[in-house]
Design a protein around this ligand. Structure first.
Ligand SMILES: Nc1ncnc2c1ncn2[C@@H]1O[C@H](COP(=O)(O)OP(=O)(O)O)[C@@H](O)[C@H]1O
Ligand SMILES: O=P(O)(O)O[C@H]1O[C@H](CO)[C@@H](O[C@H]2O[C@H](CO)[C@@H](O)[C@H](O)[C@H]2O)[C@H](O)[C@H]1O
Length: 457
């Protein structure tokens, strides 16, 4: 090998330029002031390929320091399909570096780590009892790159490499493990995880679980049903071949069963919604107003709705999913699975580990039915009073109702009987969505705006 890899200070500069264009980089709107390399572990090195597991701290004046993981590959000449994933060239001649999770040969180092056939260095690979991983599994990265990067191994396992990491155990691993231990059928079984010591703290860096090969996500299925509704001008939602209400009811049952299993974890109790929770919701609304000034008109209505929830008496609190929507559920041939228990990405891990109301998850699903029902309308704004708007709302109400029926049949209470609390969580979620859409998908902003007007107007 003739060329060296970039030294730490040069690699840090390359990453400063490269990070803002990554889908998984969370602080896109804040300038990166600097990158510090916290861990740089060589997993494999020969003349054709060097593999490094890199953990960095990203400093920015606008946000707290954030930690990210960047598995890197280096090759003397990058093949065409890796060029799109390359880091910017270094100022002095060095081996070209690229996002390693786009290269099956790099991923093979992680598979071998689980199989126990490669040295793991600073990374600690764990498998759940008696589980065995074969070292030669074919690797395929999931194209829909989201907050993290997920790789399918041998069409039977999913390796999710967390991008933004925080010290401690990641709730996705923690809750999948806890649910597996009590035999919950509504999550994909956890098979393993990887830890590293980062700045002195044990930190989860990746998770291995069963890959549900023949599954469809709830969002795509719901959209198919809505598309068919719009195509059949004479039919109501309940007359469609692709009526979704049966699935929504089964989904309600699955969510309630997961909640029942999560309620076995420490911290479950009955609690009224306190003034602290309302202050948090109003704080979030203030953030939304700063980004979308027209939301200021809903401040009084929102405050009244949030405060009504504090008078509503105690409701259960426990560990929950925390960011539940139709994109976080998969329909396998047998049942619904809930995925991605990381919680709301804007909260710290410590916040996400606090007991919270299961009604927050229910509200997340109700918001998602609202999104699915209305997103195909084109002009989804409040001015759309067409027949299609009427039918979209009919679809949404039908599926929200079926979901609550299913949930109530297991939970022992109907979420709609806690209307004041449920509405507060729906509004809080819509406010969160308004911030999310303004930042990432402004053309989707009318969806949460319409909900805020309905709930707090
Ligand atoms: N166990 C699984 N089986 C099959 N596909 C899965 C599984 N878990 C996640 N997925 C797919 O991977 C995508 C990303 O997973 P997710 O856990 O939501 O990651 P992220 O945190 O990056 O959003 C999901 O949208 C889903 O399509
Ligand atoms: O990436 P995550 O799954 O953690 O969630 C974030 O992105 C979601 C969009 O991909 C966003 O969800 C919103 O849009 C969905 C449709 O694309 C809809 O089903 C959800 O109800 C709606 O909240 C989610 O809020 C955000 O955290």
């Amino acid at each position: 090998m003739t060329l060296p890899v970039s030294p730490d200070d040069v690699l840090a500069q390359q990453l400063v330029q490269w990070l803002p264009s990554r889908r998984w980089y969370a602080a896109k709107n804040s300038a990166v002031d600097g990158v510090r390399i916290l861990l740089r572990e060589t997993l494999s090195a020969d003349d054709a390929l060097i593999v490094e597991h890199v953990v960095i701290a990203v400093d920015s004046a606008a946000t707290d320091t954030q930690l990210y993981q960047v598995p890197l590959g280096y090759r003397p000449g990058l093949p065409d399909h890796l060029l799109a994933w390359a880091l910017p060239e270094a100022p002095t001649p060095t081996l070209p570096a690229y996002d390693g999770l786009r290269d099956p040969d790099v991923i093979a180092c992680y598979t071998k780590g689980f199989a126990g056939t490669a040295s793991a260095g600073a990374l600690q690979f764990d498998l759940t009892a008696d589980y065995v991983v074969e070292p030669g599994l074919h690797a395929r990265v999931l194209e829909a790159e989201q907050s993290n990067t997920s790789v399918v191994l041998g069409e039977s396992l999913l390796l999710k490499v967390f991008r933004r990491i925080e010290p401690g155990i990641n709730p996705d691993v923690e809750l999948h493990r806890a649910l597996g231990e009590v035999g919950c059928e509504f999550v994909a079984p956890l098979r393993g995880w990887i830890d590293a010591v980062v700045e002195g703290s044990q930190t989860t860096v990746a998770m291995l679980q069963d890959y549900a090969a023949n599954s469809a996500d709830g969002w795509s299925m719901a959209l198919t049903s809505v598309r068919d509704l719009f195509a059949e001008a004479d039919l109501h939602a309940d007359e469609l071949g692709t009526d979704f209400a049966g699935e929504s009811e089964r989904l309600g049952i699955a969510v309630a069963k997961v909640h029942a299993d999560l309620a076995r974890l420490p911290g479950a109790s009955l609690r009224p919604m306190g003034s602290g929770a309302v202050a948090g919701m109003l704080e979030r609304l203030d953030l939304a107003v700063a980004a979308i000034p027209e939301l200021a008109a809903y401040r009084d209505g929102a405050r009244a709705l949030f405060e009504a929830a504090t008078d509503a008496g105690p409701t259960p609190v426990q560990r929950i999913h925390g960011d539940l929507h139709l994109g976080q559920v998969l329909r396998t041939p047998e049942r619904w699975l809930l995925i991605d228990f990381e919680g709301e990405p804007v909260k710290s891990i410590a916040e996400r580990q606090q007991p919270d109301s299961p009604l927050r998850d229910v509200a997340g699903m109700l918001r998602s039915f609202d999104y699915a029902g209305h997103h195909a309308l084109g002009d989804a704004g409040p001015s759309n009073t067409s027949q299609r708007m009427f039918r979209a709302t009919e679809w949404t109400e039908r599926n929200c109702s079926a979901f609550c029926d299913g949930y109530g049949s297991i939970a022992g209470f109907d979420p709609r009987d806690h209307a004041a609390v449920l509405l507060a969580y729906e509004l809080d979620k819509a406010v969160y969505e308004a911030i999310y859409e303004a930042r990432h998908r402004p053309q989707w902003l009318p969806l949460p705006m319409r909900a805020i007007a309905r709930l707090a107007g």
